[in-house]
Design a binder for this molecule. Sequence first.
Ligand code: RIB
Length: 310
Amino acid sequence: MKKIGVIGSINADLHMRVPRFAQPGETLKGSAFSFFPGGKGANQAVAAARLGGEVYLAGCLGADPFGRTISESLSAAGVHCQAVEVQQDLPTGTAMIQVDDSGQNAICIVSGANDGVTPLFLRRVQAIVDTCDILLFQLEVPMEALLYAVKEYRRRGKQIILDPAPAEPLHNELLRQVDILTPNETELRQLTGIDVVDDASRLAACRALFERGVGAVLHKAGAQGAYLYDSGGLRHFPTYEVKVVDTTAAGDAFNGGLAHALARELPIDSAVEFANLVGAISTTALGAQSAMPTLAETEKMAQILHLKGR
Ligand code: RIB
């Protein structure tokens, strides 16, 4: 099996259950508060590791209680943490997450120690990351470091999967180094200026990104599943119907599942189907890393859905 590396964020998720999202100037009563280990990078690493992948995370934590707790839970999930550094002068990154009664979420983040992911840090951990074959990136670490790492590891022949989240404009210089780009609807709009409202606008947005130089656009469309645009055109992969509790990190579960399937050298279409399944299962439990399924849980769910006709 190929090895997976993740260069990305690690956050403490401060998670509130609310009846609906608070409006400006409003104080709203929630029903529950929890702390969960999160951060898009760490979530994707845990997703792939819980499925049985050999996963190495490169990222930074603060020298605080959040950092210590998260470090323990990453190791317990089976993530190799030799490239996780503690920043003495920065707090662990944090995310304030509201989850409403339908399971949708709204998230604000403060980078904190994630800003320690610099080109200098990346040079320190290079020997570890270089042992990996598939590399996962997101946009919660400084852009300078992302550009450096994507270019460097693409040159070294690694497969580059970039989750362009949270949404921000990206240069073609970066996009040209990416094998698989995995935008959700908001990110697709931000990157192309096209509102995805129907099949025609989805095709136009995916094609526009493909023409900017990425190897394949894998659009995560939530309850509609995923759409893959590559040299073979646009293909739809419907997702699975499950009882949604919390959609936080469903996109991260998808990317972790995708990486795991590619590490097992499944063809891309099967890898996308597997990623859909892992993403769907993650919405059935609360939190980010706490909701990532094991391979046994994923296979069991696949059987149940298969028996139900999907
Ligand atoms: O994708 C979900 C993640 O986004 C959360 O875990 C939060 O930490 C933010 O990074």
